[in-house]
Design a protein around this ligand. Structure first.
Ligand code: FAD
Length: 410
């Protein structure tokens, strides 16, 4: 009987195990997770769960009994320490060795530590795990001064949750706008303005010089000499992929574990998916590492099918969603190389779709409080990547259904 091992019991790993069974794999499945929790989804940790509106039972990928019912051996609180590709073995920190025929590495990412003096003071938080979210929720309940370092997704969502809990919130972001690299200046500014409207102080073009306090953090000192009072600090300055196992095993590693379009690594029996994988995306024509929920949700199953020898071409349009205050949005595509941003609908009323174009080809689209358009936006992105241009006047006219802009059957 063959054994398929999965290291990393997050969303990608759990969905891969599920797909193996759904696709009829009858061999042994071992799912190895360093955390004590069974696999769970992280988006609620900075939204509903952090705000107390989503109960914990809702964050898990499967019911507790699912693993036994599907004959998936779930090892929790066990970390893989090494992979020996020649011996087809995973070494575990329990001292055991887990043999495998095929292996999926889905080890996710770890928040980047804040590289300044005082970063180890009490009251300095990171947000990746359920326990991190619980700690933050307890901290926000004191309604004190919260300084959020980093105006990326984690920073913005956490700032919104802190504000809604009644804290005084300051965001410190070194770029000229939040989400600058993801969206560029104009759309990044929409997010800055949203937070300002909700009473957040948004400091842009400013970085953090050091944190001060005796035992517990008390002040954040910025690069321009400000001293911001802080009862709690949230660090959201990005995450680094957990590539150590792959590196130790001699697999090719660049920004993440390098995989081809079937999510196979440089070793034929080892695959990688989720946040840790840098996958060749045929649609974009280049490798990309995507740190988003949908990529773990779909990448885990794609890797599982590839492990079973199915033909897999993982060419999904990168997709992301967020909820902050009254703003709900979905983003599809990749803005790299755009020459223009156009809007469909009024930006001020937070009900619009933004499109990033290059020579009138759609590279990406973001729907804000406009729903059920993601399929059309993704089809426009696919058409754009295939070289089809659209008429920007029709694209930005809310009276023209997006579907009418799609190329007809050849
Ligand atoms: C707070 C938060 C909010 C988010 N919100 C959104 C959102 O709104 N929209 C969106 O699209 N995306 C969001 N994301 C991103 C999304 O959650 C991730 O892309 C997704 O969790 C990646 O899943 P994964 O399975 O690849 O990795 P992970 O979920 O990180 O799971 C990897 C698991 O592997 C374990 N592991 C690591 N090394 C080892 C080892 N050596 N041995 C055993 N186990 C190991 C880790 O402990 C972890 O449990 C959010 C992320 C966070 C942290």
């Amino acid at each position: 009987m063959s054994t398929y091992a999965i290291v990393g019991a997050g969303l990608a790993g759990a969905k891969a195990a599920q797909t193996l069974r759904e696709e009829g794999f009858t061999g042994e499945i071992v799912l190895i997770g360093a955390e004590q929790e069974r696999p769970y989804e992280r988006p609620p940790l900075s939204k509903g769960y952090l705000q107390g509106s989503t109960e914990v039972a809702k964050v898990y990928v499967h019911e507790p009994g699912w693993y036994a019912e599907h004959d998936v051996r779930l090892l929790l609180g066990v970390a893989a320490t090494a992979v020996d590709p020649e011996a087809h073995t995973v070494h575990l920190d329990s001292g055991e060795r887990q043999p495998y025929d095929k292996l999926l590495i889905a080890t996710g990412a770890t928040p980047r530590p804040l590289p300044v003096d005082g970063a180890d003071l009490e009251g300095v938080h990171y947000l990746r795990t359920l326990a991190d979210s619980q700690a933050l929720r307890a901290a926000f309940a004191h309604q004190g001064n919260v300084v959020v370092i980093g105006g990326g997704w984690i920073g913005l969502e956490t700032a919104a949750a802190a504000r809604q809990a009644g804290c005084a919130v300051t965001i410190v972001e070194p770029e000229p706008t939040p989400l600058h690299r993801t969206f560029g200046p104009a759309v990044g500014e929409i997010f800055a303005e949203l937070h300002r409207r909700h009473g957040v102080e948004v400091l842009l073009g400013v970085s953090v010089a050091r944190l001060e306090g005796a035992g517990h953090v008390r002040h954040v000192i910025t690069s321009d000499g400000r001293s911001l009072p802080a009862d709690d600090v949230v660090v959201g300055i990005g995450a680094a992929p957990n590539v150590e196992l792959a590196r130790g095993a001699g697999l090719e590693v660049a920004d993440g574990i390098v995989v081809d379009a079937s999510l196979r690594t440089s070793h034929p029996d080892i695959y990688a998916a989720g946040d840790v994988a840098e996958a060749m995306n045929p649609l974009l024509g280049r490798p990309i590492r995507v740190e988003h929920w949908a990529n773990a949700l779909n990448g885990g199953p794609a890797a599982a099918r590839a492990m079973l020898g199915r033909d897999v071409v993982y060419d999904r349009v990168p997709y992301f969603f967020t909820d902050q205050y009254e703003l709900g949005m979905e983003f599809s595509g990749d803005i790299t190389g755009h020459d223009r941003v156009v809007y469909r609908g009024p930006v001020e009323s937070l009900e619009f779709v933004a499109f990033w174009l290059r020579e009138n080809r759609v590279l990406a689209g973001m729907n804000v409080n406009v729903w059920d358009v993601t399929d059309d936006i993704q089809a426009l992105v696919r058409a754009g990547r295939a070289g089809t241009a659209v008429d920007p006047a029709r694209l930005t006219d809310p009276g023209v259904p997006l579907g009418d802009l799609l190329p007809g059957p050849a």
